[in-house]
Design a protein around this ligand. Structure first.
Ligand code: THU
Length: 128
């Protein structure tokens, strides 16, 4: 099942997170319509802005020519996984490329998988 593959890819990506400031490691797996899975992790720096795992994955995919996406799965936490949703900036970023029914999965342990649509996470979103 593709969800299980997304979970494994996201967990593996989280191991690469560079989060020395927050200690909060996030990984994600982005499934494109072409069937490829793009991974992402958060990358922090000593200034202000961290790059979240979700934007890492989207930028990787878009820079490879992808424009259409099926699903996103996110895992995050310090030591243990906890329920982690994309931040506001990422929600807006995702809305540039995905429709309101785009599914976003939050995995945070055995039997702990929740699904929300982009519309649920970002109602009445701004668009030009
Ligand atoms: N972070 C993500 O990468 N994705 C999320 O969904 C929430 C937050 C990162 C940003 C920062 O490096 C750390 O988690 C703590 O905010």
């Amino acid at each position: 099942m593709v969800i299980n593959e997304l979970i494994e890819v996201a967990k593996a990506a989280r191991e690469n997170a560079y989060a020395p400031y927050s200690g909060f490691k996030v990984g994600c797996a982005l499934l494109s319509k072409s069937g490829k899975i793009y991974s992402g992790c958060n990358v922090e720096n000593g200034g202000i802005m961290a790059i979240c795992s979700e934007r890492t994955a989207f930028v990787k995919a878009i820079s490879e020519g992808e424009r259409e996406f099926e699903a996103l799965l996110v895992v995050g936490g310090k030591d243990e996984l906890i329920y982690t949703t994309p931040c506001g900036y990422c929600r807006q970023f995702i809305s540039e490329f995905c429709k309101s029914d785009f599914p976003i999965y939050m995995y945070y342990g055995d039997e702990k998988l929740e699904k929300k649509t982009l519309e649920e996470l970002l109602p009445e979103s701004f668009s030009l």
